[in-house]
Design a protein around this ligand. Sequence first.
Ligand SMILES: Nc1ncnc2c1ncn2[C@@H]1O[C@H](COP(=O)(O)OP(=O)(O)O)[C@@H](O)[C@H]1O
Ligand SMILES: [Mg+2]
Length: 145
Amino acid sequence: MLNPGQNNMTFYSKTEQDTYNYAKKLSKNIKSGDILLIEGDLGAGKSVFVRGAAKGLGIKVPMPSPTFTILNEYNGKYKIYHFDFYRINDPLELYEIGFEDYIYSGGVTFIEWPSKAVDLLPKNSIKVNITFENDIRKIEIKWKQ
Ligand SMILES: Nc1ncnc2c1ncn2[C@@H]1O[C@H](COP(=O)(O)OP(=O)(O)O)[C@@H](O)[C@H]1O
Ligand SMILES: [Mg+2]
């Protein structure tokens, strides 16, 4: 499943636990400095995915949604930055919170709703797209080119 030569991967998830476990497995391929952009509608399972991946990176504490705080920070194998841009109206707000200092600090960054500030995000990020139809989530991953 985790063939590094395979740049695009698709997984179909039936339950929250499926998504969590899949992300936890994938986290073995996540390295220091990686940025994961997680796209998907409200309730798609973006936060579930982040929690699973973060668990795989050694985060043991509960991870509440950063929707209102924009950023939650954790200490695991790496520093983990969990952003949610849902409430960002102007991408320039991200400069005010020192966004660039975080993403280039050598930690691992997860961003929900990256489309809110797409121009500010590095092109070589890992892209995760979650769509759903009839209770089946389709999780597509594009590793860095
Ligand atoms: N296959 C699935 N994967 C992830 N979440 C699922 C799945 N099926 C149902 N759910 C439910 O959908 C919701 C996803 O919530 P959340 O991860 O907070 O969404 P998002 O962050 O994308 O808005 C949870 O309530 C979860 O229990
Ligand atoms: Mg969320």
